[in-house]
Design a protein around this ligand. Structure first.
Ligand SMILES: [Zn+2]
Length: 166
């Protein structure tokens, strides 16, 4: 999101030449650049040693398809901390190993999603109230349950390839 007004003081932004960045949105009152803002989120394909992936159904996202654990990062948190926290909150699982898989811009650049493959113990899932249902799905049945072309589907596909190579 590109700001028109300074989010700190409300001054209308101008532009200023800043180093290699060229012209950037600038608040003359705060004397600082106001960079375009986006939200950073984390998303994981949670897998276990039996070649299964934990998929969730969240009514507020979609009634028919399954999604991966995801959540918004908090200021000051590392992406790894955020991912472990979200997996604990949403599924009640303990992460044994976290592998960074890549990042995907989402919602026209308003969000950046950092994707992980998270290896967890195969344990019963303890759901948060945000999650309507969740289940362990064998790798070979997972992809058709996830929306075609979605970040979740690409992440699960890449994570299955990673685990099969392991
Ligand atoms: Zn300002």
């Amino acid at each position: 999101m590109r700001y028109t007004y300074c989010p700190r003081c409300g001054e209308r932004l101008g532009e200023k030449e800043v180093g290699d960045e060229g012209l950037v949105p600038w608040c003359g009152r705060c004397e600082r650049p106001i960079w375009e803002a986006f939200t950073t989120a984390v998303i994981a394909a949670v897998v276990n040693e039996d070649d299964e992936v934990a998929l969730l159904r969240q009514g507020y996202i979609s009634a028919n398809t399954y999604v991966c654990v995801s959540g918004i990062m908090k200021p000051g948190e590392t992406a790894e901390d955020a991912m472990v926290r979200e997996i604990g909150e949403e599924l009640g699982l303990h992460v044994k190993e976290l592998t960074y898989m890549g990042s995907w811009p989402h919602k026209n650049g308003d969000m950046l999603m950092l994707g992980f493959c998270a290896l967890a113990e195969k344990a019963p899932l303890t759901l948060s109230r945000e999650v309507d249902s969740a289940k362990w799905v064998p790798f070979d049945q997972a992809l058709p349950l996830i929306r075609e072309g979605s970040i979740a589907q690409r992440l699960v596909k890449a994570s299955i390839a990673l685990r099969r190579g392991a």
